[in-house]
Design a protein around this ligand. Structure first.
Ligand SMILES: [Zn+2]
Length: 485
C-alpha cells in the first residue's frame, strides 16, 4: 500500500491508480534559458525517486515532462520579458538556439544524476495548436476576457480557485504587492495568450484567433497533460514554488474545461537552501552541477545528499555536507565491492575459506531458513519506509543497518543492496570489481607454467613474489584464483 502526501488534501493518501497498474505521472519541466541549478535538481531527484518507488511497487509509469521553451516571463506572473528571449539577447543567439542548447544541457545533467528520462518529452513550442484549442474552449465557456496585452483567465468565475494553496496563502497573495497589469480584473487572473506588442517582432510568435503572440506558461502544462494523459491523471509533481500560481492556475483551467481537477495527487518538493535562503537565479546564489564536478565531486554524491533529507523538508546545502555525502557514498561503494568479491569467492572457488567467516554459507536447513526470514524482514521494512510518503532517510538508515548486520550472509547483504538500489538509483550494480594488476596476472601465468612443468621451486618463488605484492593465489579445480590480501 503506497501512501503519498497530497498537497491538495494536506494528508497522506493511499494511491489507487486510475488505470489498472499504470500510473500517469506529469512533472513540470525546465525553462530552458539557463542552466538548471542543483536546487532545481533536488525536485527532479525527488520525482525520480517517486517514479522508482512506483516501479518498485510493480506499477508501470507513463511519465510526461514538458520543456518550457517559450512563454515563461521573468516575474513569474504576467509582466516582464520572456526568459528565452532574454537568454537569446544575452548570448547573442536565436531563441531557438538557446532553447536547444539548454535542453541538451538539462538532459545531460539528468543522466549524470541517474535520473530516469520521462517516457514522453514535450516542447511547449510543439503544442501551440493544442494550447490555442484549449484557450478557445475556455473562451467559449466564458472564462476569459481580452485586454490590451492579451487574453486572460477570470479566476473569479471559479468558486474554489486557489484551493491547492489553501485559504491562508490565498489571502496573503491577494494582499501581496504584485506588478499590476492594466485592465486585469482580479490580481490572481493570469494570461492565457500574450499579444506581440505593436511594432515588435518577436523571435517566437504564432498566429492565433486573437492576435499574433505566444501562450502563457500555465496553459502549456495543461494542454500537454491532456494530450498525453487522461483527465484526471494520477500524479502531478513540481517544486513547492509551483503551488500558489503555476499549479493553482493549471487546476483552474482544467476545472473550467472539464469540470474536474487535472490530477488526483499533487506532490511538491521543498527548496534547497544556501546559508538559510532559497537557492534561485533571482537570489543570485545558484550552483550548477558543473560547479560540483569541477570541484571533484561525483554527481551521485549530490543525489545521495538529497536522499538523506525528506523531499518535503528543506535541505540546506554546504560544501561540507556534500563532502560528507561523498565520503559516505565512497564507503558504500567500497562495501558493495567487498560483498561482491567475497561472495564470488564463497560461491564456488573459495570454499576452504568459509569456516573463518561469521556470515558463512551454511548447509544447515534451519540456519538457511532463519537467513531468509531476516532478509525478508529487511525487505518488508524497506517497503514500509518507501511506501510511507517516500521516507528515504529511514530507508537509507535501514540499508546501513543491513550492511552492518553480522547475522546476515554476504550474499543476502549484496542482494539487499542491489534490491534497495532500484529505488536509490546509486548504480551499485555498476561498482567495479577490484582489478587485478597485469603484473600479478603475468606472475600467476608463470607460476602455472612452472607447475605444469613440475618445476615446484619456480612455482613457489612466483607465489612468494605474488604475496609480496599483496596478492594470494589459490589453486582450484577451475584453475588458479587470485585474491587481494
Ligand atoms: Zn507545469
Amino acid at each position: 500500500m503506497l501512501k503519498l502526501y497530497n498537497t491538495l488534501s494536506r494528508k497522506k493518501e493511499v494511491l489507487k491508480p486510475l488505470k489498472n497498474k499504470i500510473v500517469g505521472l506529469y512533472t513540470c519541466g525546465p525553462t530552458v534559458y539557463w542552466y538548471a541549478h542543483i536546487g532545481n535538481f533536488k525536485t527532479y531527484i525527488f520525482e525520480d525517486i517517486l517514479r522508482r518507488v512506483l516501479e518498485y511497487n510493480g506499477y508501470k509509469v507513463k511519465h510526461v515532462m514538458n520543456i518550457t521553451d517559450v512563454g515563461h516571463l521573468t516575474s513569474g506572473a504576467d509582466t516582464g520579458e520572456d526568459k528565452i528571449e532574454i537568454g537569446a539577447k544575452r548570448e547573442k543567439k536565436t531563441a531557438w538556439q538557446i532553447a536547444e542548447f539548454y535542453t541538451k544541457t538539462f538532459k545531460k545533467d539528468l543522466k549524470l544524476l541517474n535520473i530516469k528520462e520521462p517516457n514522453i518529452w514535450v516542447k511547449a513550442t510543439d503544442t501551440i495548436k493544442e494550447q490555442i484549442d484549449l484557450i478557445k474552449i475556455l473562451e467559449k465557456k466564458g472564462f476569459t476576457y481580452k485586454i490590451t496585452d492579451g487574453i486572460y483567465f477570470d479566476t473569479s468565475k471559479l468558486k474554489d480557485y486557489g484551493k491547492l494553496a489553501g485559504k491562508k496563502k490565498r489571502k496573503l497573495k491577494a494582499g501581496a504587492r504584485v506588478e499590476i497589469v492594466q485592465g486585469k480584473k482580479n490580481p490572481t487572473d493570469f494570461a492565457l495568450w500574450k499579444f506581440t506588442p505593436p511594432g515588435v517582432k518577436r523571435q517566437m510568435e504564432w498566429d492565433s484567433p486573437w492576435s499574433k503572440g505566444f501562450p502563457g506558461w500555465h496553459t502549456e502544462c495543461v494542454a500537454i497533460a491532456v494530450k498525453f494523459l487522461r483527465v484526471p491523471f494520477d500524479i502531478h509533481c513540481g517544486g513547492i514554488d509551483h503551488i500558489p500560481i503555476h499549479h493553482t492556475n493549471e487546476i483552474a483551467q482544467s476545472e473550467a474545461v472539464f469540470g474536474k481537477n487535472l490530477a488526483k495527487f499533487w506532490l511538491h518538493g521543498e527548496f534547497l537552501t544556501l546559508k538559510g535562503s532559497r537557492m534561485g537565479k533571482s537570489e543570485g546564489n545558484i550552483i550548477i552541477l558543473e560547479d560540483l564536478i569541477k570541484k571533484g565531486f561525483n554527481p551521485f554524491a549530490y543525489r545521495y545528499l538529497c536522499l538523506t533529507t525528506h523531499y518535503r523538508s528543506k535541505l540546506n546545502f554546504s560544501w561540507q555536507s556534500l563532502k560528507s555525502a561523498q565520503n559516505t557514498l565512497n564507503n558504500l561503494y567500497q562495501k558493495t565491492r567487498e560483498f561482491q568479491q567475497r561472495f564470488q569467492q564463497r560461491s564456488g572457488l573459495w570454499q576452504s575459506d568459509i569456516g573463518s567467516d561469521r556470515g558463512r554459507v551454511s548447509d544447515n536447513v534451519s540456519d538457511n531458513l532463519i537467513g531468509v526470514e531476516r532478509m525478508v524482514n529487511y525487505q518488508k521494512s524497506f517497503l514500509g519506509f518507501i511506501n510511507d510518503g517516500l521516507n528515504m532517510p529511514k530507508a537509507l538508515a535501514l540499508m546501513w543497518k543491513a550492511i552492518k548486520d553480522k547475522r546476515l550472509k554476504i550474499k543476502d547483504k549484496r542482494d539487499l543492496l542491489f534490491d534497495f538500489d532500484r529505488v536509490f538509483g546509486l548504480d551499485l550494480a555498476k561498482v567495479k570489481k577490484p582489478r587485478i594488476p597485469q603484473k600479478i596476472k603475468k606472475l600467476v601465468e608463470l607460476r602455472e607454467k612452472c607447475r605444469q612443468e613440475r618445476n615446484w621451486q619456480g612455482a613457489d618463488e612466483s607465489r612468494k613474489e605474488i604475496k609480496q605484492m599483496g596478492y594470494w593465489v589459490e589453486d582450484t579445480k577451475k584453475g588458479p584464483k587470485i585474491k587481494k590480501l
